[in-house]
Design a protein around this ligand. Structure first.
Ligand SMILES: [Zn+2]
Length: 134
């Protein structure tokens, strides 16, 4: 399968089924060397994010990093290509050589509420202090 913008290659341990980001090292959970690559969704949620104002030499400043949890419960550290994301926001991750890069996914369109057309003109009609005239 060819990796695309929406998927990311991950490894699944043949011994314990632990899923992890591709590495030359054995399974980080049980140490077994055999694993099977598989394609997973590249979408994940930001578990933490930080901004380095004085990164190591060779990296642009500010250098923004996000700890991203993919739907496969795999966490990886990614460089943010744009502004610092809020914790819990959805990002898409892609592999760029030896590193991961992430960018914020556009928010899905809001679900329609009621009949739409903005605010209800009757907001406040449910005011508990309201008493109908006698
Ligand atoms: Zn394992």
């Amino acid at each position: 399968m060819t990796p695309s913008a929406e998927t990311l290659e991950l490894y699944r341990c043949d011994n314990c089924q632990w899923r992890y980001a591709p590495t030359d090292s054995p399974c980080p959970h049980c140490g077994a060397p055999k694993r099977t690559p598989f394609e997973a969704s590249a979408l994940g949620r930001v578990a933490a994010a930080t901004e380095l104002v004085n990164p190591s030499e060779g990296w642009p400043a500010p250098h923004r990093l996000a700890l991203v949890e993919l739907s496969e419960s795999v966490r990886l550290l990614a460089i943010m290509d744009e502004r610092l994301p809020a914790v819990g926001s959805v990002v898409s991750v892609r592999k760029d050589g030896e590193i991961y890069r992430a960018r914020t996914e556009p928010a899905p369109p809001p679900a329609p509420v009621g009949r739409g057309e903005g605010e209800s003109p009757r907001a406040g009609a449910s005011d508990p202090s309201f008493e109908p005239p006698r």
